[in-house]
Design a protein. Structure first.
Length: 152
C-alpha cells in the first residue's frame, strides 16, 4: 500500500449525533487516531487531524490562541467529543515526538454548508430553521459571545 498523505476526519460533529452514542464517539476519536497514526508511521506518510474548537471547552479567553489549554468539563454530556478530540491531539503530538511522524492538526470551528441537517443542533442550522419559521433567534448566554465559522 503506497500512502503519502492521510486525512483523519472521522467523528460525528453535531451534538445530537455524538451525544446519542458517547462511547462510540470517544472510541472513534481515540482508536481512529491510533489506527491512522500507526498507518502514517508505518508508511512514512503525512497525516492531518481534523480537530475542533471544542477542545477549548467553555473558554475564558477570547479569541483562543493555540497556547490556551482550555476549560473543559471532563464528565459532561459533551465530553465524549471534547475529550476524544483532546486525546487524539495528544496522540498526534506524541507520535510526532516519539516517531517523528509528520503531523498537522486543524482546529476547525463551527462548520456549516450545503446538506446540513436542519435539526443537527448547531447554531447555524438553528438560526436558519428559526428564521424560516418566523421565530425569534435563540441566543444563549449574554449575547456578547463571538464565534468563528468555517464553510465546507
Amino acid at each position: 500500500l503506497d500512502v503519502d498523505g492521510i486525512y483523519h476526519l472521522a467523528s460525528p460533529a453535531a451534538p445530537i449525533h455524538y451525544q446519542n452514542d458517547p462511547i462510540r464517539t470517544t472510541r472513534t476519536n481515540v482508536l481512529g487516531a491510533i489506527n491512522m497514526l500507526d498507518l502514517a508511521r508505518s508508511r512514512g506518510a503525512r497525516i492531518l487531524q481534523a480537530s475542533t474548537s471544542e477542545i477549548y471547552g467553555d473558554p475564558e479567553v477570547h479569541p483562543q490562541p493555540e497556547t490556551y489549554w482550555g476549560r473543559v468539563n471532563p464528565i459532561g454530556t459533551r465530553s465524549c467529543y471534547n475529550e476524544g478530540k483532546r486525546c487524539a491531539e495528544t496522540l498526534f503530538f506524541d507520535y510526532w515526538r516519539e516517531a517523528r511522524t509528520e503531523i498537522k492538526v486543524a482546529r476547525i470551528f463551527n462548520t456549516y454548508g450545503p446538506n446540513m441537517h436542519p435539526d443537527d443542533g448547531r447554531v447555524v442550522s438553528n438560526f436558519i430553521v428559526q428564521a424560516i419559521r418566523g421565530e425569534a433567534l435563540t441566543i444563549y448566554g449574554t449575547g456578547r459571545q463571538t464565534r468563528s465559522f468555517c464553510y465546507v
